[in-house]
Design a protein around this ligand. Sequence first.
Ligand code: AMP
Length: 400
Amino acid sequence: MKILVLNCGSSSIKFQFFDMEGEKVLSKGLVEKIGLNGSCLVLEKATGEKVIFEGEILDHKVGIEYVLGVLTSEKHGCISDLDEITAVGHRVVHGGEHFKESAIVDSNVISEMEKCIDLAPLHNPPNLKGIEAISDIIPDMKQVAVFDTAFHQTMPKHAYMYGIPYSLYMKYGIRRYGFHGTSHRYVSKRACKILGTECENKKIITCHLGNGASVAAIQNGRSVDTSMGFTPLEGLLMGTRSGDLDIGVVTYLMEKEKLGSDTASILFNKHSGMLGLTGISSDFRDINDKAAEGNELAKIALVMYHYRVKKYIGAYTAAMNGCDVLVFTGGIGENADQTRKAICDELDWLGFEIDEKKNKGLRSKEAIISKDSSKVKIMVVPTNEELMIARDTKLLMEDK
Ligand code: AMP
């Protein structure tokens, strides 16, 4: 069975094409700058070589035509006919309360997804455009939607409700939804597989630390709490997002700086976090470099970053009355050994003991990095959301 996975953003489409026999990636790449000058498709060969196809890619439909063209091209392709694609799996950011798991796309699913646009106005519309484009180009193609929020739908009410009038939850669906669900689900399952155990009866904390970042508490394979909330703004300090913040700061600044809701949203989503604090960059490597050179703001931003992740680990250990496994993933979690060490330092009282030798220099590789004596297994598990989407798509195709 061959499955195409699409992740459609506002001006980009990431794709991976899988042969599910052996879960082999046959082709992968990215369409960039859709509707802008310089639009192109970048094909990433298994050798690491990149092949760039430039063209006028005005919308998502043209972008997907480029992807399908590359898959079937004589020189760079891997199939001779589009018939060889069994199904297309799409990453969809918001599934609201309706979607508790992945779903085969039909008219009902599309109308439920449209109802979620209000909750993710920047993300869900391009996700829907990708689905529409496939329906236009290959009308009989089976499609599956895999939601970032779905994994967290198992959170209990006391974890997902906010302390605001209940009527606002009823009227607008204001509650914690959580994001990165496909990643948290993948790495928690994978960690259990590596440990040779089932997720049942396990208490796992997963830290997805990338440009966006979130922590999840996972008990018996189900998400019971997570740090992102109604939007991806809540929780950890991120590349450009503030994370947890007294709401009083928002109203105060809106008044003092005469900010409208759009400008305030841009301030907290795009100009805050590590970038806003340091004025250097949102990229962790740049901040690490500047801190090493002695830049005080970079140093304090890193300490703040570690401190926040540590607080969430403590909170979720308390929420689950224990923790068996702590997993690091995402660009920072997978690569930044100093960050993992700084987060785990002085968590030994709670049973987290990192092994400096196993941790040091470890990059993008599955590994256990805790001491043998550590009560909690600390692990690095590179995330693979595309594979998880492909697996869900395959399962739903087999169930049909
Ligand atoms: P992601 O959003 O998961 O792609 O993660 C992006 C973040 O990972 C950026 O802040 C990068 O600076 C960070 N990152 C990637 N590689 C490294 C590395 N070797 N050391 C520190 N941070 C890294």
